[in-house]
Write a protein that binds this ligand. Sequence first.
Ligand SMILES: *[C@@H]1O[C@H](CO)[C@@H](O)[C@H](O)[C@H]1NC(C)=O
Ligand SMILES: *[C@@H]1O[C@H](CO)[C@@H](O)[C@H](O)[C@H]1NC(C)=O
Ligand SMILES: *[C@@H]1O[C@H](CO)[C@@H](O)[C@H](O)[C@H]1NC(C)=O
Ligand SMILES: *[C@@H]1O[C@H](CO)[C@@H](O)[C@H](O)[C@H]1NC(C)=O
Length: 471
Amino acid sequence: MATLSSTLTLYFSFALLYFSLVSASFSPLDHYLINCGSPVRTTVDFDHRRFIGDAATTFLASTEAISLTDANPSPRSSPIYHTARVFTRPSKYKFVLKNPGAHLVRLHFRRLSGSLDFSNAKFHVLANGFVLFNSLSMEMGQDFEIVKDYVIRVDSDILVITFVPTEKSKFAFVNAIEVISAPTDLIADVAQYVNFEKNEQIHGLLKNGFETMYRVNVGGWKVTPFNDSLWRTWIPDDEYLKSNDGSSKVYFSGRINYQDGGASREVGPDNVYNSARVIRSSGNSIPELNMTWTFPVTEGYKYLVRMHFCDIASVARGMLFFNVYVNNNLAYENLDLTSVTNGLLASPFYADFVVDGDSSGVLALSVGPSNTSLPCAVDAILNGVEIMKINNSVGSFDGEICAHAILKSWKMENGNVLYPTLAASFLLLIAFVIIHQRRTGVTDSVAWWRLPTEIPEVNLKYGNQLSSNKL
Ligand SMILES: *[C@@H]1O[C@H](CO)[C@@H](O)[C@H](O)[C@H]1NC(C)=O
Ligand SMILES: *[C@@H]1O[C@H](CO)[C@@H](O)[C@H](O)[C@H]1NC(C)=O
Ligand SMILES: *[C@@H]1O[C@H](CO)[C@@H](O)[C@H](O)[C@H]1NC(C)=O
Ligand SMILES: *[C@@H]1O[C@H](CO)[C@@H](O)[C@H](O)[C@H]1NC(C)=O
């Protein structure tokens, strides 16, 4: 009896520990999902998330914005793309934040069908001093969604997203906006800066903003927001892989060993770490080849490159050693995943590199055998890649004009006239528009969907970052 009760006590304290760990895991303090232009209170998207219509909220700070509803929406597009908010002059959404700091900001764009000519959509988007993009335009006939994905540091308790048409005859629009607190471990302040002459640790990353250019699940399938704890999308790597000669895909159906201090589920979901591409030696000779992926980039910007590793392929620990190259420069020599994951297989690890977008217009990443690679073993692996553009010195992701200058130039060219004639006639042209000026303060509660959390192991000897003494 005594044994039973102590077993039960043990079980319950275990369960308590488990649940306290689950509740202690990340949940975003700020979590706004806005379906712009929607007259209905909530819309559920394809990933089961509830977006709230902006007509019934105070987020939209401009009164002259027009709401559009697609008369003939494509059933293949998520319902958040069936409405839009259209702006003929600078207009703002304001989000009061419970917690300043890094936030995920996602903007969704898709043309609506109907009489509005989306070739006249040409606009800038600003966010608290950052230029998210400069004159986005919707190409004629383009019939797919554009999702712009950022991590923006917000120092105040308010995030203002401003839409500015490039000129009076153009308009700005948006279908949906997400503003979500970023987990504190998502982006670290330090990374390895790698170029042809340097490989050194740099600090101060957190003061920057980041725009996701590529988020790739190597060797795996597309991961949709439903299966990602930060509602990200990861696409397969096939179009970026230079050649698949000599490499193979692996898939792992076991459990990914997330550990405290290592990559968390917010850094990369199970579906990214459970697939990979590998180089294997067949027999005694170690293949003389690299796996290489190339990504178009823009000269003049720096990029944060995050490579995700998880040894799901080795039969035993301590058998996988390989080199990592960034733009053909040795970024990490003899990476030994066993040592950086506390001796555990199938445990995720990531490495952050800062790389210059150079005149080649291409960023190349390779992994390949090192001179400590073993025969009859896996000799290189990669599970995922993220490439994030870092804003330039004027705070822009798209050109040399700062946010202030964009707003100033609108004012200089168009004045502060409240109802410009062109905008007014534009209003009359589209018959199916409804002007929403309703302002009611409604808040929304969004279910926080999570995967079960691991029980973290403590006292790991590695952090999020590769340390320079490994090089
Ligand atoms: C989520 O992941 C599971 C397991 O990989 C997969 O079977 C399922 O289809 C995915 N769901 C969505 C909506 O992508
Ligand atoms: C792998 O790539 C690196 C960097 O470009 C290069 O130095 C090395 O020779 C390559 N290895 C093979 C076997 O091609
Ligand atoms: C290992 O390879 C590097 C180049 O990647 C070379 O400089 C070094 O001399 C090699 N070490 C040995 C022990 O062969
Ligand atoms: C990005 O913008 C921030 C804020 O404007 C600025 O402090 C930082 O220096 C910029 N980054 C780069 C690489 O210039």
